[in-house]
Design a protein around this ligand. Structure first.
Ligand code: 13P
Length: 255
């Protein structure tokens, strides 16, 4: 497979900037063996500067990601952060549409789509999250639900842009629960996501788009997910806060 594996750590609302600097420094100790893979850490906004200061000294083995963004260029939007503010800090990836933001902060597919456009306009790679609730899974509606999220989230972008974005399939019932789909189940949804990208933007874009699995990924189970043909890496929550465990996940993605 030609797609370069990507392992992203979503630090969620953990770590002060001092703690974040220590964590990424520890991660650096493992990074020298990482070849032919993209590894990204996504700390809270207020930690980005501290983390960028640590990683800018390396040969960009670890990339910097944000967990959210607002779509406007600038303006009276109290509490929000614009793409160009992220660019200045060296951010090259940004998570959008995480299920926690959809659930607790009212994010909609339309808002996710605006964020995707804003990020692409600033050459930041969106990591667009999608995934079904347990209720949707049990009703047998997973495929239709996830396809719809992808269609709406990517609406109006170009085929060239579609090839550059990252999609993370994160079943809500697997996040932070220790429960995971089987690798085959996860791959089925990822394949369906790829088919949706293909239907919207053509086969070349579908072949390029990287699709991650997320939800209770650990060093112990990562390898089996990475063995699946349509899974190109992982979006890792809890286990990304442990440098040794996270580095083992990155190594599993290398092969
Ligand atoms: P866990 O790895 O803690 O299940 O979290 C997954 C996640 O939400 C990553 O964005």
């Amino acid at each position: 497979m030609d797609r370069r594996p990507l392992v992203a750590g979503n630090w969620k609302m953990y770590k002060t900037s001092g703690e974040a600097a220590v964590l990424v420094q520890k991660l650096e100790d493992y990074a020298s063996g990482w070849r032919d893979i993209d590894v990204v850490v996504c700390p809270p906004f207020v930690d980005l500067k501290a983390v960028s200061t640590v990683i800018e000294l390396d040969e960009v083995r670890i990339a910097l990601g944000a967990q959210n963004v607002y779509w406007e260029e600038e303006g009276a939007f109290t509490g929000e952060v614009a793409p160009r503010m992220l660019v200045e800090l060296g951010v090259t990836y940004c998570i959008v549409g995480h299920s926690e933001r959809r659930e607790y902060f009212g994010e909609t597919d339309a808002g996710v789509n605006k964020k995707v456009h804003a990020l692409l306009a600033h050459d930041i790679t969106p990591i667009m999250c999608c995934g079904e609730s347990l209720e949707t899974r049990e009703a047998g509606d997973t495929d239709a639900f996830v396809r719809e999220q992808v269609r709406k989230g990517l609406d109006g972008i170009t085929a060239e842009q579609a090839g550059r974005i990252v999609i993370a399939y994160e079943p809500i019932w697997a996040i932070g629960t220790g429960r995971t789909p089987t690798p085959e189940m996860a791959n089925d949804v990822c394949r369906s996501i790829r088919a949706t990208v293909g239907a919207m933007f053509g086969q070349p874009a579908a072949i390029q788009t990287r699709i991650l699995y997320g939800g209770s990924v650990k060093a112990e189970n990562a390898r089996v997910f990475f063995g699946e043909p349509d899974i190109d890496g992982a979006l890792v929550g809890g286990a990304s806060l442990d440098p040794e465990g996270f580095s083992r996940i990155a190594e599993a993605a290398i092969g």
